[in-house]
Design a protein around this ligand. Structure first.
Ligand SMILES: [Zn+2]
Length: 122
């Protein structure tokens, strides 16, 4: 995913196996459109966040350092917090998404133009 969509990273940490194939088949733009569409249909929305330093920032103390991450392990050089790097990245992306949602900055406020057709009574 690194470098594939430099403007933002979508916050998802689950359903990776089928998801990877869907991304490869659709491309990032198509994937995002489908994700936004499905979320709007379910009453939710997609929040795009700036991915910079999400894998290098300690979720405990906020210290940012390249040295915090070594392969799949994260260990903060300032406070010693240790966890799997993917978990740390997910926590930082979640926090960034919550910050965007709280203040509305950067959130795509455009209403969903496409909606699932309503079921009609027979
Ligand atoms: Zn720390």
């Amino acid at each position: 995913m690194k470098g594939a969509f430099p403007a933002f990273r979508l916050a998802f940490a689950v359903v990776k196996s089928g998801l990877n194939k869907a991304i490869l088949d659709q491309g990032w733009h198509g994937f995002r459109l489908m994700l936004e569409y499905k979320q709007a249909w379910r009453g939710g929305y997609v929040v795009a966040v700036d991915p910079r330093n999400t894998s290098r920032t300690c979720p405990e103390c906020g210290h940012i350092a390249k040295e915090n991450r070594k392969n799949e392990r994260f260990r903060c050089v300032a406070c010693g917090h240790a966890a799997h790097a993917d978990h740390v990245g997910a926590l930082n992306i979640l926090a960034a998404g919550q910050a965007v949602s709280a203040c509305g900055a950067g959130r795509d406020l455009a209403p969903a133009l496409k909606q699932e057709p309503a079921e009609r009574a027979a």
